[in-house]
Every structure is written in C-alpha cells, then in structure tokens.
Design a protein around this ligand. Structure first.
Ligand code: PNS
Length: 192
C-alpha cells in the first residue's frame, strides 16, 4: 500500500493545495496531509485552525487524513509509515527551494523520496501569502479559496491592531468593549 505525506504550512489551505490533495488521493492508496506546527513564520491561523480547515476540505476523500506535525518532516514521514513526500510545483521560482528541500531530506533520510506534482495552470500563481496580503488590503480573495475559508481570513483582518489598520483604512470605528489585554489597541474596521 503506497502512502504519501503532503506537508506544508497551509496558512490557510488554498484551491491550489486542494487540487494537489485531490490528485494525490487518486494516485496514492493513502495521503496524510501534514500541517507544520512550530513555524518561525508566525502563521495567521493556529495549527488547530489550519487542521480544522483542511479537515473540511478533505471531507469526501476517504483515503486522506490531516495531522499536525512538529520537527523534521522525514521523522513525521517515518512515523506515518509513508513511502513518499508529495509537493506541488508551481513556477520555476519554486524549483530551487523545492530541490533544496527534497535533496536535504534525501541526505538525512535516504529512504524517503519526493514526488512533485505540477500545479493546475489555473492555480500556478497562487500562494497563501499573496492571498493574505490581498485580504489585508481588503481586496477580493474569493477566486483563491473556498468561501468559508475566505470568510475566516476576512474575520482575522476585521478586528486588528490600530497600527495595522490605520494605513489602510482611516474610517475605523471605536475600540470594541472587550478584547485581549495583549498590548495592542484593537479597532473594528468600518468599511469592509
Ligand atoms: O508550505 P510550505 O511552508 O512551503 O512547507 C514547508 C515545509 C513544511 C514542507 C518545510 O518547511 C518542512 O518540511 N519543515 C519541517 C522541518 C524540516 O524537516 N526541515 C528540513 C527540511 S530541509
């Protein structure tokens, strides 16, 4: 039985990721989507939120499951008793990083191979970071994500620290009555 791990940050899962998951599930007997937990990138969504969104996305794909992981990817692959890692390749710009990742993984774990799936042309430009940037500036992100996930991003940017909101939108309303005492002054963005 061939099992693959499809790892990533998925912050959040886009239609491009979803396409890779669906295609992998047709090729492999089992696919485990591995969501990286401890990231230097300070993700917008917690690992629990990212796993939750992916779990919705894989509903209806009986041979796919979603798990969070910490530490080295190759250790997770072995823990899952998987045979290969799957990664999506978009443009040539991905190639150098992906080559470095897969070759490093092969040096530290010679038994673990990586298979690349080229992304559907429709999503070849798409990345979670770009989607978040568009959302931050209140652009339309509906073409890139499932509607329920697009809504979750909008909610993340709906209430935000005053310093972050001011450059984008001068028309902000008062600070909500109660919000975490984390040193930020939170504002509700009026024009949304
Ligand atoms: O979606 P991303 O952010 O491009 O995914 C990157 C990911 C999670 C595949 C990569 O950062 C990773 O494997 N991290 C785990 C730590 C690790 O194994 N590092 C060594 C690989 S070079």
């Amino acid at each position: 039985m061939a099992t693959a791990v499809y790892p990533g940050s998925f912050d959040p899962v886009t239609l491009g990721h979803e396409d890779i998951i669906k295609r992998s599930s047709r090729i492999m007997d089992k696919v485990i989507v591995g969501v990286l937990r401890n990231q230097s990138k300070s993700p917008l969504f917690s690992v629990e939120e990212r796993v939750g969104m992916l779990t919705q996305v894989v509903e209806g794909l009986p041979n796919v499951e979603v798990r969070a992981f910490d530490g080295l990817l190759v250790d997770f692959v072995r823990q899952c008793r998987a045979d290969v890692i799957i990664r999506g390749l978009r443009a040539i710009t991905d190639f150098e990083y992906e080559l470095q990742l897969s070759q490093t993984n092969r040096v530290i774990a010679p038994d673990v191979d990586t298979i690349f799936l080229t992304t559907n042309l429709k999503y070849s430009y798409l990345s979670s970071s770009i989607v978040k940037e568009i959302a931050m500036y209140h652009g339309d992100i509906s073409a890139f994500l499932r509607p329920e996930i697009a809504q979750k991003i909008r909610e993340k940017y709906f209430l935000c620290p005053r310093d972050m909101a001011l450059p984008f939108n001068k028309n902000i309303s008062q600070t909500p009555d109660s919000f975490p005492d984390d040193g930020f002054i939170y504002v509700r963005i009026a024009e949304y």
